[in-house]
Design a protein around this ligand. Sequence first.
Ligand SMILES: NC(=O)c1ccc[n+]([C@@H]2O[C@H](COP(=O)([O-])OP(=O)(O)OC[C@H]3O[C@@H](n4cnc5c(N)ncnc54)[C@H](OP(=O)(O)O)[C@@H]3O)[C@@H](O)[C@H]2O)c1
Length: 385
Amino acid sequence: MSDTFELGTIPPLGAVPKMMKAIVIRPDREGEPIDSMLVEEIPVPECGPTDVLVMNMAAGINFNGVWAARGKPVSVMKMHPDEPFHVAGSDSAGIVWQVGSAVKNWQVGDEVVLHCNQSCRECPACNGNDPMACQNQRIWGYETNYGSFAQFSRVQPQQLLRRPKHLSWEEAASYGLTYFTAYRMLLGRGAMQLGDNILIWGASGGLGVFAVQLAKLAGANPIAVVSREDKAELVRSLGAEMVIDRREFDLNKGPSESRRFGKRIRELTGGQDADIVFEHVGKYTFPTSVLVAKRFGTIMICGATTGYELDFDVRYLWMRQKSIIGSHFANAFQAEKANKLMHEQKIHPVLDQVFNFEETAHAHQLMAENKHKGKMAIRVQAPAK
Ligand SMILES: NC(=O)c1ccc[n+]([C@@H]2O[C@H](COP(=O)([O-])OP(=O)(O)OC[C@H]3O[C@@H](n4cnc5c(N)ncnc54)[C@H](OP(=O)(O)O)[C@@H]3O)[C@@H](O)[C@H]2O)c1
């Protein structure tokens, strides 16, 4: 057995080398992705009796890779102190390469996409409530090591979902994290209904492209916020008829500008406010989100790209009886339901750019600087076209 496999090749099924290529972050170089994420060779993680080893064909780029590279707001090294390096990556499409002796439902050779929630699988939350409520719930590739920016990943079998065969490896790798998160936000923790107006910040971004598609599929009305003309074209191509260019507003100016933003929403909707605000931008947009949600409306939030310490006028919340609901990734059941829509081609990946493995840091840097749109993926073992 050779020590490592060549990238972009398909080795003999089930053969496991000692070492693998990985994009590695180390504590002494946490910072911008371009400086932090370097190609190294590290040992292939061992596959225990309840684990599955997947050979990654392609992997999706996500903002959690940017947070991991920066080591901010927390260093991911703290999550696994015994291993002084981190392999990020929470989206993958690949081939089951080895299965632990206790794994029943998957076999070597199965083609899969992965969801990124890991949990203990034994506690009451995992067995009757929601694995997202498990005390040991972790996001694979962020809160755990050995994510998808490597030739092999060690995962839990419940993370595996059947790969939609009509998609390329790169397309299949690109959607899991953000699509399943958007699914839970709108159809799990949130309860989007027919005819609802859904204000979607960052509608051309990773979460947004799926929020727009889900809203359309559910008979709701997406109001897509973007900041470039090509992004506006993208969200229109996904079915958004109402589009707002946020460059026309300086939301740092305070409530008067937020009210002007709310007026634009009513101009587009024929006088209605947003039933649901789809939030992940955080500090910059949150005061506006609370203001523009309709009476009894909901602000669904799963992230805070511009800052997590939020400052907003709570009077708009209680006087108009609005709700703020936090949401985080998805459980396997929701991921499976969302993946079925992908198999049925009712929801589509929005893969804008594909990079070689060695360009993983560059792709993250584009994301860190908001220079991308839709989703990006890297090839791992998938051959370059
Ligand atoms: N909790 C979870 O499970 C979960 C899951 C996925 C993502 N997240 C988090 O959610 C956030 C977004 O993820 P993503 O994958 O959608 O990222 P993304 O692909 O970078 O998209 C985010 C979008 O936000 C918009 N944006 C950036 N700065 C903005 C600002 N100052 N004001 C308004 N909009 C701004 C950008 O669109 P425009 O410039 O066109 O407006 C961008 O397209 C990240 O912080 C990520 O970590 C959390």
